[in-house]
Ligand binder design. Structure first.
Ligand code: AMP
Ligand code: MG
Length: 492
């Protein structure tokens, strides 16, 4: 029985300098550790067949399925502000594209499947820890309703990868609207290849922004579209306490999905300056810096598109600056509206912005847990007698009391019942996020003891982040002082 993937590949029909044709490197003895059944079905794949030995060999890169056209994509990128003219898929191989049940074209990519012409010094492999982290966090983001790449499968390869120590190797099957990044545009722009930039723009327009084809100026409308999606995306990150950790231009997707989960993490206590990534020494990608960085990355994209805007460079720059100037407003509108929803407001009034900002300031000063504060605030909105929990989030509970008085006065101006308000709040304030210490515990159990039970259980909990799930209540808890994970690593 041969497994059929309904591949329809378009990226590999683009000019030859867009990619390198390269097959995955077979691995010793692959073992399937996770298959995402719902996603497989969504993609039109048969999960039973994918679970067979043959399916596992495909998901490990040992067997290339019919219809695949394996390529490593070329891209460049600014890494921590420094431009690298050639990066490219150094440890990932795009098998091909399938059109899913909703008619959306999606890339199926193996990550950790061996060297490519873009690998340079790297081995093209991935360690189990980062594969599990990406699987968990990307699926958690999906359940939170945030645009993201997905994880179809994880396999262990049966081979060790050398990092600081020898670690079990693994391959993640990643599914994305596409893998075109800001850095992909930079690759061609840096070579003065305007035809390449145009061909890429046309590809992403037909794939991600089909509506702009009928715009007066489609390439301008493309930039506006990417700006709008990034503004929305980063607002969504902030509203759940997500820190991407490596917002380099090569990790910024043109489709508006969250991509490239490396040293990413969620806030426990609210601290706008929070950084987890061990390589982010200057705090460039700190929690509250993310909107600024998104705009910086979009500015790099705009620079690539200038030749498509106008032959007169000054005019093109002026047009780009105008569009980039709208990012702030778009981001702030999405972020403020989201914050208002988090505190249970149904309408907008003067003073709302200050009200939520004062809560955030009090949370930061009083070491309040970001996720739990909002979740418990929802309980308090439902029943004033349920205020003790949220109050206890604040080292000085009086800080909450002062704020709460103003909040209750503001709520009283709206007609909704307490039950309606609580329901609306619990639908946007998750109880469960992939807390760092939980992710770390999963990785340790899998890496050290070949034990995937914690991984499975965490995935189960995170699949329903907005439900209370009393049997898993402990997963909502922040880490105890000795469980705190303060540093995360790329693990590449
Ligand atoms: P990332 O940190 O995942 O955004 O990767 C940055 C660049 O390094 C990309 O071009 C990757 O393909 C490449 N890279 C990361 N890890 C490896 C590896 N183990 N082998 C080869 N290339 C890698
Ligand atoms: Mg990357």
């Amino acid at each position: 029985m041969t497994i059929h993937f309904p591949f329809q590949n378009t990226y590999s029909t683009l000019p030859a300098n867009f990619f390198a044709r390269v097959a995955p490197t077979p691995v010793a003895s692959p073992r399937l550790i996770k298959l995402n059944l719902a996603l497989a079905i969504q993609l039109g794949l048969d999960p039973d067949l994918l679970s067979t030995a043959e399916g596992t060999e495909i998901l490990a890169g040992k067997l290339v399925p019919d219809g695949a056209d394996p390529i490593a994509m070329a891209y460049a990128g600014h890494q921590f502000g420094h431009f690298v003219p050639q990066l490219g898929d150094g440890r990932a191989i795009l098998l091909g594209e399938v059109v899913d049940k909703e008619g959306v074209r999606r890339d199926i990519q193996l990550k950790g499947s061996g060297p490519t012409p873009f690998s340079r010094r790297g081995d093209g492999r991935a360690a189990l820890g980062p594969v599990l982290r990406e699987y968990i966090v990307s699926e958690a983001m999906f359940a939170l309703g945030i645009p993201t790449t997905r994880s179809l499968a994880a396999v262990v390869t049966g081979e060790a990868v050398m990092r600081e120590t020898a670690l079990p190797g693994a391959v993640l099957t990643r599914v994305a609207a596409s893998h075109v990044r800001v850095g992909t545009f930079q690759f061609f722009a840096a070579r003065g290849d305007v035809d390449g930039v145009r061909a890429l723009a046309d590809h992403v327009i037909s794939r991600h922004y089909p509506d702009v084809r009928s715009a007066d100026r489609p390439y301008h409308a493309l930039l506006e579209g990417v700006i709008a999606r990034q503004a929305e995306l980063v607002s969504r990150w902030l509203l759940v306490g997500f820190i991407h950790g490596v917002m380099n231009t090569d990790n910024t997707s043109i489709s508006g999905e969250t991509i490239d989960y490396g040293p990413c993490a969620f806030l426990d206590n609210y601290n706008p300056a929070q950084v987890f990534s061990s390589i982010d020494e200057m705090g460039r990608y700190a929690y509250a810096n993310q909107p600024r960085i998104a705009l910086w990355n979009l500015t790099r994209l705009a620079e690539c598109l200038l030749p498509l805007f106008d032959d007169d460079k000054d005019k093109a720059i002026e047009q780009a600056q105008f569009m980039l100037g709208e990012f702030s407003e778009k981001f702030t509108a999405a972020y403020q509206a989201g914050l208002s929803r988090k505190v249970g407001l149904f309408t907008a009034r003067d003073g709302d912005e200050a009200l939520v900002q004062d809560l955030l300031d009090a949370m930061a000063k009083n070491d309040a847990d970001f996720t739990l504060t909002f979740r418990q605030l929802g309980n308090a909105a439902g029943d004033e007698a349920d205020t003790a929990d949220v109050r206890a989030q604040f080292t000085d509970p009086v800080a909450f009391d002062d704020w709460s008085k103003r909040w209750r006065e503001r709520l009283a101006l709206e007609p909704q019942t307490a039950a309606e308000r609580k329901a609306a709040m619990q639908a946007v304030n998750p109880a469960f996020i992939p807390r760092n210490h939980r992710v770390e515990a999963v990785i340790q159990a899998a890496t050290n003891s070949d034990d995937y039970a914690p991984f499975e259980e965490l995935l189960t909990v995170l699949a329903k982040p907005f439900e209370d799930q009393p049997q898993f209540a402990a997963y909502a808890d922040p880490p105890l002082p000795d469980q705190r994970v303060t540093r995360t690593f790329c693990g590449t």
